[in-house]
Ligand binder design. Structure first.
Ligand SMILES: *Cc1c(COP(=O)(O)O)cnc(C)c1O
Length: 356
């Protein structure tokens, strides 16, 4: 029986990413060496790094004046690097979940942090809409996809201060207008690569405006000036990321990804909205994530959740338990998730409904 990987992260990757990475572990670029034992300064690996940065720019149509870097530390280190590099006195944050809250907490060490709006009152099941960003904020930070709660901001916001976005779990899921952002960052392990590498798309002229000393490794300029080779980059994860980028291109790029992601998520949300037992956690369709679909059992069927989880597991559905702060279920259906796996999940839900 096929196992369908609905895990929130680390999560499903294209088959070609896994296969090509495995091949390179045995013999990297015909060097007769394993990818795990080659120098990051070898010409073969430098070519990988260059191509990954190039494809990143091509696929997201990144304009002049921006650089793509690959670093370690996860998105969680970016929570601190962003204010370190950009915040002089004041920053503004949209509080849409646990990750946004963690990002805010780091910024508080650097000055005044304005929470422009929060959806904490309803366990983050919506995206706040009416808020004002202070004109004197050094930047405004958003989390475009709230991995845990299944909400997503799927348009590029117009704001009057530099916009910074954590796109850990929706990068490459849709076309974005990079020119509207100062920094876009994310851990790779949701839609791109195995854990270990973090990407950042940085608008260069946003840097160098703070007075404080920035530790070398936390200064974006270090990584920009050294082509992400200041120190040893996470070689394996960068290689795997390149394989995913090639796959995205083969699929038709981010516009094709978005089309498929909408089709896949519509299929699942439509089933849930018309179901007898299940209901979606996020009611407002506009706020629903096309990457993480959160659902619960309706109040009158609540006691069946454990039974459904066991049944779904027996049918090969892996990683569908909701985050402990939300409960219920979460199907993470990232780029690499085929439509057939979503159909299999729906079949499983239908079968369970038929029995109850
Ligand atoms: C997973 C996740 C993070 C944390 O990423 P790490 O790389 O583990 O630090 C941050 N933000 C979002 C939106 C996430 O989904």
């Amino acid at each position: 029986m096929k196992t369908h990987n609905f895990s929130a992260g680390p999560s499903i990757l294209p088959e070609s990413t896994i296969k090509n990475s495995a091949d390179a572990v045995m013999n990297f670029a015909n060097t007769g060496l394993s990818l795990l034992e080659v120098s990051h300064r070898s010409k073969e690996f430098i070519a990988v790094m260059d191509e990954a940065q190039q494809l990143f720019k091509e696929l997201l149509d990144i304009p002049e004046g921006y650089e793509v870097i690959f670093v370690g530390g996860g998105a969680s280190l970016q929570f601190c690097m962003v204010p370190f590099n950009l915040m002089q006195k004041k920053s503004a944050y949209l509080h849409t979940g646990t990750w946004a809250k963690k990002a805010m907490k780091e910024a508080q060490a650097f000055g005044e942090v304005v929470e422009v709006a929060s959806s904490a009152d309803k366990i983050y099941n919506y995206i706040p809409k009416d808020y004002e960003v202070p004109a004197d904020a050094d930047y405004f930070h958003i989390t475009t996809n709230n991995t845990i709660y299944g909400t997503e901001i799927r348009k590029d916001l117009d704001v009057n201060v530099p916009l910074v976005a954590d796109m850990s779990s929706d990068i490459f899921s849709r076309p974005i207008d990079v020119s509207k952002y100062a920094i876009i960052y994310g851990g790779a392990q949701k839609n791109l690569a195995p854990a270990g590498v973090t990407f950042a798309i940085v608008k260069k002229d946003i840097l160098g405006k703070v007075d404080r000393h920035i530790p070398t490794m936390l200064d974006y300029r270090t990584h920009i000036e050294n082509g992400s080779m200041f120190n040893t980059p996470p070689v394996f994860s960068v290689y795997a990321a390149l394989q995913t980028l090639k796959w995205v291109k083969e699929q038709g790029g981010v516009a094709a990804m978005e089309k498929m992601n909408i089709e896949k998520s519509d299929l699942l949300y439509d089933f849930i909205d018309n179901s007898k037992l299940f209901k979606a956690v996020v009611a407002d369709k506009e706020d629903r994530s096309i990457m993480n679909v959160c659902f619960v059992m309706k109040d009158e069927y609540k006691e069946l959740e454990k039974d459904f989880f066991d049944y779904a597991t027996s049918q090969g559905m892996s990683g569908i338990k909701g985050h402990r702060s939300v409960g219920g279920f979460r199907a993470s259906i990232y780029n690499a998730m085929p439509k057939s796996s979503i159909e299999a999940l729906i079949t499983t839900m239908k079968e369970f409904e038929a029995k109850h």
